[in-house]
Design a protein. Structure first.
Length: 246
């Protein structure tokens, strides 16, 4: 995992990836009841954590990037208990939080694929299983890398708005299963350009489900977007929801 990549764009994150209300609508089908405890893994600047708290769900959020967490903490009202924010490596989830504590664990924003091996991913999924209450749900959103690899997609959709231009490209590293994710962020008000590169694990649906099953999860549902449309071969997002056994 890398920290510089996201620290360098943290101050512009809200304009690159503005809060998506569809995530809340999606989670209404996942969260078991009002007041359910949520762990937001890879929370970035905390937009989703704030929204969940607003709708009555006590939320703990963490991110690997310290600058993202600093922004999230600065946005929190001083007299508010939630969300609780901290900097943490997702592989250490099981060491940081109590066993069977959360009703739901979410991991959005293509966060999971910053773990670059099956062992690292399982370290996280086993930890998520540990901190979930019986019948608690884990929901992960990544990109549909089987589609990306099959079609050799080298450019993700351009993000271009009044504040910035964000270009995203993939370079494939042979058969290693890793992708070089290269970006260029242009700040329109100043002309500043920020270029970055980070490796991602292009994990497909079958392998992800296998690792989740090995971690103890079942009752899988796959979606192609936050509108709960069915996952297809050509879906760019991939969302999976699964449940811890009783």
């Amino acid at each position: 995992m890398t920290q510089h990549f996201y620290s360098s764009i943290a101050n512009f994150y809200q304009h690159i990836f503005p809060f998506n209300p569809a995530q809340i609508e999606f989670l209404r089908h996942v969260l078991p009841y009002n007041g359910a405890k949520v762990l937001d893994v890879g929370c970035a600047i905390g937009d989703l954590s704030f929204a969940l708290t607003h709708f009555g769900f006590p939320t703990w959020g963490f991110d690997f990037d310290a600058q993202m967490i600093e922004i999230a903490k600065n946005a929190k009202q001083e007299d508010s208990m939630f969300p609780v924010f901290e900097q943490l490596d997702m592989r250490l989830t099981g060491d940081r939080y109590p066993e069977s504590y959360f009703n739901t664990v979410i991991c959005f924003g293509n966060t999971l694929v910053h773990l670059l091996s099956d062992d690292d991913i399982m370290q996280f999924t086993q930890a998520a299983y540990k901190v979930l209450a019986p019948e608690g749900k884990l929901t992960i959103q990544i990109l549909n890398y089987q589609y990306i690899l099959d079609q050799q997609i080298k450019t993700l959709p351009l993000i271009d708005n009044e504040h910035l231009r964000f270009e995203r490209n993939y370079e494939f590293a042979g058969n290693s299963g890793l992708i070089d994710f290269k970006t260029r962020l242009t700040i329109k008000s100043t002309g500043q350009e920020i270029e970055n590169s980070v490796k991602l694990y292009a994990i497909g649906r079958a392998k992800l489900q296998e690792l989740l099953e090995r971690s103890g999860f079942g009752a899988f549902e796959f979606f192609g977007n936050f509108n709960r449309d069915q996952l297809t071969e050509n879906s760019l997002p991939l969302i999976v929801t699964c449940r811890k056994a009783k």
